[in-house]
Write a protein that binds this ligand. Structure first.
Ligand code: FES
Length: 116
């Protein structure tokens, strides 16, 4: 369950995601894949792969990237840029306050422009 705090949305707790893993949250009807990097940083991207809708939170994450579990396309967790030409995913700005993961508004896709 999420609640609104000022202009951010509380989507979960850091301790709910194991280091090196991802987890899917649904925020305002949109699936968000949140990854807890082994270096402690929290990064978030759209959960559905632009190739054929693979669940990116189930992919292998490491080195700031995630590999889609369906066909292996890679996405940078910070920029959203994909390994294939013209593929990218939306990124979300995350702020961690104590154990709380808070999300700000989504950024436009770097390659395809703002969401419709
Ligand atoms: S669905 Fe993600 S690479 Fe095909």
């Amino acid at each position: 369950m999420s609640d609104v705090i000022t202009d951010r949305i509380h989507i979960g707790s850091v301790h709910d995601i194991a280091p090196g893993q991802g987890r899917c949250y649904v925020v305002n009807g949109e699936e968000i894949a949140v990854f807890r990097q082994r270096n402690g940083s929290i990064l978030a991207i759209q959960n559905r792969c632009p190739h054929k809708n693979g669940p990116l939170h189930e992919g292998i994450a490491g080195g700031g990237k995630v590999i889609c579990p369906m066909h292996g396309h890679k996405f940078d967790l910070a920029t959203g840029l994909g390994s294939e030409p013209r593929e990218c995913v939306r990124t979300y700005k995350i702020v961690v306050v104590n154990d709380r993961i808070e999300m700000e508004a989504p950024s436009p896709c770097a390659r395809l422009g703002p969401p419709a």
